[in-house]
Design a protein. Structure first.
Lengths: 368, 285
């Protein structure tokens, strides 16, 4: 019932076009995460949904109603800000009760709702403190409590955890996930953090330059990125990209050659790509195997990072300048300076055409 | 042998110390002496008035008794309080709402408005005196507290608006947006979120407006006619002695001290706030 539908949404600030013809459907109760590089318009999109920015063109429906011209309070949305923006002169209780009091809720239900919210967020002990007497994580929880107290149908978060230190971030991430589970309300969440996006989202929306690059479950985005941009953006450490050239293609297979690695046959539909066109082979670090160097397939190891449970091996690429990364379980036998052969796991590689779109698996292969 | 450099070091420290306190003493004497002299003069009996004396020689309250016996002086104090408080209230009310518009709402010509406001505050009083006189006459406010309230507000408002706008701009945007998300109207945002945070700035501007209105002389002299409508500075200036050739210094000083003490007390109460209000622009990041 509380789905959000954006159709052909546009936003311009003066003459700069920020959000371009964006279509998106957010299902009821879904946890949707917006990711994308800085300045791509994530916050702007979130603020459009909140009603803090006006929609330049297009239509937005919340629960089936056109909300383009409704002020935030009538949209049934709550928002958690990056800086929390708690009212510094009010106690935790007053912060959470503020919206309810403005809505002329009677005193008893205000108290009941605030206490209920405080209980869910474990804020009962802190109700009479002012924000300046709270720790970062507590402030974060109060900010969520304030957004939740009015029982909005949709909760919006703009990088809510970016001001917290690493361990607190993990803890709060968990709490948000459990909260979503418990409340079942629709949530839209903006983040820079890969892990937050992957762990929290039902659906990730990758934005680039005001347009949607791909929408899908974390699994889809990781295993079947639609473009090279998504492939490079999702996953940490990032995917390795090796320039390749198309040698031949038929209905079931295409053969490519990659500098150093040599010829590979992949069950991909090369589509309209011609023989000789420049493609890009994408291999996730865990799908890049290392073996003893042989012939031309010899890459130098320039660094080895030991992370306890796993090891990253950095290799000098033959072309381009971003290092190749191999990831494996610890311990690892590889040493800096060694020369090794690269063997991509052909089951899991990605191939992108000259327009950076992923080439799809051939039919025969999919059926198998 | 070993102690020699120590001594020299201690000496320089001592010299610095003495120098510092000497400087402070000079500044204090320079700033406080006129007021101090007014206080001791007011406490002298009129017979001793023209003996130059730097110390309190007697405690004689007859000057105070004399001025408080005058009905017109009490009336003047009442007028001054009424006018100064009204000016403060009106200036703060208009200042807060104007500063919300100027600091928070984006509209065309905002900086022009700010510059005009700053420009207005630079006119000398005399320049607008005759024009203002006409305005006040046509509004039927001559010899009426309303006239003074109007004219003081004109001169106080630019400063108030300017300071409050600067302060309002420093409050984080997200705070206002949080209030909007909570369903607050602009008026509720101002009164329930901004006002409580703007107390330091309001105390500063309010107090300065109060002092300006309390001490103002030129308009007060020009726009009032009768004793019953006068304000304190004019009333003091018009205190007359027994004869035309005698200036009653004792009562004048007693009256001056009387009307200065409320200001001193106010400044002391609000001193912290004033400082934090005035430096808000400098230190808040
Ligand atoms: N009020 C505004 N006026 C003009 N331009 C704006 C305004 N708000 C945002 N922009 C521009 O819109 C673009 C997108 O901004 P937005 O804040 O949505 O980016 P973002 O994806 O949230 O970035 P980040 O990850 O750094 O937070 C930026 O180029 C920004 O400069
Ligand atoms: Mg942002």
């Amino acid at each position: 019932m509380t789905s959000v539908t954006l159709s052909k949404i546009n936003k311009t600030f003066g003459s700069t076009h920020i959000i371009k013809d964006l279509d998106l459907k957010i299902g009821s109760g879904e946890f949707v995460v917006f990711v994308g590089p800085s300045g791509c318009g994530k916050s702007t999109l979130l603020r459009l949904i909140a009603g803090l920015e006006s929609i330049t063109a297009g239509e937005m429906h919340i629960a089936g109603d056109l909300v383009n011209d409704l002020p935030p309070r009538e949209r049934g949305v709550g928002m958690v800000f990056q800086s929390y923006a708690l009212y510094p002169h009010m106690t935790v209780y007053e912060n959470m009760a503020f919206g309810l009091k403005l809505a002329k809720t009677d005193k008893e239900s205000v108290e009941q709702r605030v206490m209920e919210t405080a209980r869910i967020l474990q804020l009962e002990e802190l109700l009479h403190r002012k924000p300046k007497a709270l720790s970062g994580g507590q402030r974060q929880r109060v900010a969520m409590g304030r957004a939740m107290a009015r029982e909005p149908k949709i909760l919006l978060f703009d990088e809510p955890l970016s001001n917290l230190d690493a361990s607190l971030r993990v803890q709060m991430r968990n709490e948000i996930a459990r909260l979503h589970h418990r409340l079942g309300s629709t949530m839209v969440y903006v983040t820079h953090d890969q892990v937050e996006a992957m762990t929290l989202a039902d659906k990730i929306v990758v934005l680039r330059d005001g347009r949607i690059e791909q929408v899908g479950s974390p699994q889809t985005l990781y295993q079947a990125p639609a473009t090279r941009f998504v492939a490079g953006f999702i996953g940490s450490p990032t995917m390795n990209f090796l320039p390749a050239e198309l040698l031949s293609s038929d209905a079931n297979n295409c053969r490519i050659t990659t500098a150093g690695i040599g010829e590979l046959g992949l069950p991909r539909d090369a589509g309209s790509e011609r023989v000789g066109s420049r493609l890009m082979l994408g291999v996730r670090p865990e799908h890049l195997c290392l073996e003893e160097a042989r012939g031309d397939n010899a890459f130098e190891i320039v660094n080895v990072e030991y992370l306890g449970n796993e090891v990253y091996v950095y290799l000098d690429p033959k072309v381009g300048d971003s290092l190749l990364i191999h990831r494996s379980e610890a311990p690892s036998q590889w040493k800096i300076g060694q020369r090794v052969a690269l063997v991509p796991d052909l089951e899991h590689v990605h191939l992108f055409d000259s327009q950076d779109r992923a080439l799809s698996l051939t039919r025969q292969r999919q059926a198998a | 042998m070993n102690q020699h450099p120590m001594n020299r070091y201690q000496l320089t420290r001592l010299a610095k110390h003495v120098g510092k306190w000497a400087l402070i003493a000079i500044i204090i004497v320079y700033a406080v002496f006129p007021f101090y002299y007014a206080v001791i003069t007011s406490l002298k009996p009129s017979s001793e008035l023209f003996e130059v004396n730097y110390w309190l020689t007697s405690l004689d309250f007859s000057n105070y008794a004399q001025i408080f016996a005058q009905k017109s002086f009490l009336q003047a104090i009442g007028n001054s309080i009424l006018i100064a408080l009204s000016v403060v209230l009106i200036a703060l009310l208009l200042g807060i709402t104007a500063s919300y518009a100027l600091g928070r709402v984006r509209f065309r010509g905002r900086s022009t408005v700010m510059l005009i406001i700053l420009g207005v505050s630079m006119f000398p009083q005399v320049a607008v005196l005759s024009g203002l006189f006409e305005v006040i006459r046509s509004l039927n406010l001559y010899n009426n507290p309303g006239g003074l309230i109007l004219s003081y507000t004109i001169f106080t408002l630019p400063f108030t608006v300017w300071v409050l706008t600067t302060f309002m701009r420093q409050l984080p945007m997200e705070l206002e947006e949080a209030a909007i998300m909570d369903g607050a109207t602009p008026w509720e945002t101002i009164t329930k979120v901004f006002l409580p945070l703007m107390w330091p700035a309001m105390a500063t501007t309010g107090l300065l407006a109060f002092i300006a209105a309390w001490n103002e002389f030129l308009f007060a002299l020009t726009f009032t006619l009768t004793n019953s409508e006068r304000t304190v500075p004019v009333a003091i200036a018009l205190i007359s002695g027994g004869s035309q050739h005698e200036l009653p210094w004792g009562p004048i000083m007693a009256a001056s001290v009387t009307v200065t003490i409320p200001l001193v007390i106010l400044v002391m109460i609000f001193q912290r706030r004033i400082v934090s209000g005035l430096t808000a622009g400098a230190v808040k990041g």
